[in-house]
Ligand binder design. Structure first.
Ligand code: SIN
Ligand code: MN
Length: 269
């Protein structure tokens, strides 16, 4: 992947305006292959980082893999990713969160409309939204297998207070932050109004696609009703100057190592 300054400036323009950005380049097939192997291996392990779809043993997501898996640990140190995160936030970054949402064939359940920053601010006391999600498609992703969808420009609305406490339902149970039965959601009628005003955009593309999306953008994804998996790897890079005030959730949801990530010397992407 190119890290030319003009590419990064273009990415930043689009990101600041719309709250998301899709890279025209793909990550190398060999890298995606390695990550897919790691995901398969980790999914078979019994550990708290592995989360299942409700009432089943179908893996919904795996978390914090950069702390115990070599391919994932290398990934978060790729200079191309670090340069992009740094360009979008404007400050050195550390890994706040790492996860892969697997959306298994015919079984991967939806993510209701929400803003990530609502969780991170309310649950962890993250002071500002100087933080960015980089999303890497591990599978070909299309309208049928439950792609991420975003409402452009909503990253500038701040945390949406729905005026309905049921939408927040903060129970202090982190499982409600990773399940289809989600807390801190944006009410459907509210999201529909935003879509009428601003439209929505599906993040689709071939395996190896890289997107960035803002922590305050309103986003969701639907059930996977297809026979094709939709694994989405998400790295959340936070500014080293934006460390949460009360990081009480498990370390695999709130990274405690807040030192700037050092890029790999032999970084390839
Ligand atoms: C998804 O994997 O579709 C949802 C990801 C997110 O909400 O950040
Ligand atoms: Mn989200």
């Amino acid at each position: 992947m190119s890290r030319a300054v003009d590419v990064l400036l273009e990415a930043k323009d689009k990101y600041d305006r719309d709250g998301w950005f899709q890279s025209p380049e793909l990550l190398a097939k060999s890298l995606i292959g390695e990550l897919r192997e790691s995901v398969e291996r980790i999914s078979l392990q019994t550990r708290p980082e592995v989360v299942y779809e409700k009432g089943s043993r179908i893996v919904r997501a795996i978390h914090g893999c950069h702390a115990f898996d070599e391919a994932c640990a290398r990934l978060v140190r790729l200079p191309a990713l670090l340069d992009l995160a740094h360009a979008l936030i404007g400050e050195p970054v550390y890994v706040y969160q790492f996860k892969v949402n697997l959306k298994q064939p015919y079984a991967g359940a939806a993510w209701p409309w929400h803003q990530d920053y609502a969780f991170w601010n309310r649950e962890d006391g993250m002071p500002s939204d100087r933080v960015v999600n980089l999303a890497i498609f591990l599978d070909d992703t299309y309208e049928g297998n439950g792609p991420l969808q975003v409402i452009p420009g909503t990253h500038r609305l701040g945390i949406i207070e729905p005026g309905d406490e049921r939408m927040i339902r903060a129970t202090g149970d982190w499982r409600k932050h990773v399940s289809a039965d989600l807390e801190h959601t944006v009410p459907l009628e509210y999201a529909e109004r935003l879509i009428e005003e601003r439209g929505k955009f599906l993040l689709v593309g071939a395996s190896g696609t890289l997107c960035a999306f803002h922590p305050s953008i309103v986003h969701s994804s639907s059930d996977n009703l297809s026979g094709n998996r939709r694994a989405l790897l998400l790295i959340t890079y936070n500014s080293v100057n934006n460390v949460p005030a009360h990081p009480n959730r498990p370390e695999f949801l709130v990274g405690r190592d807040t030192a700037p990530v050092v890029g790999l010397e032999d970084g390839r992407a």
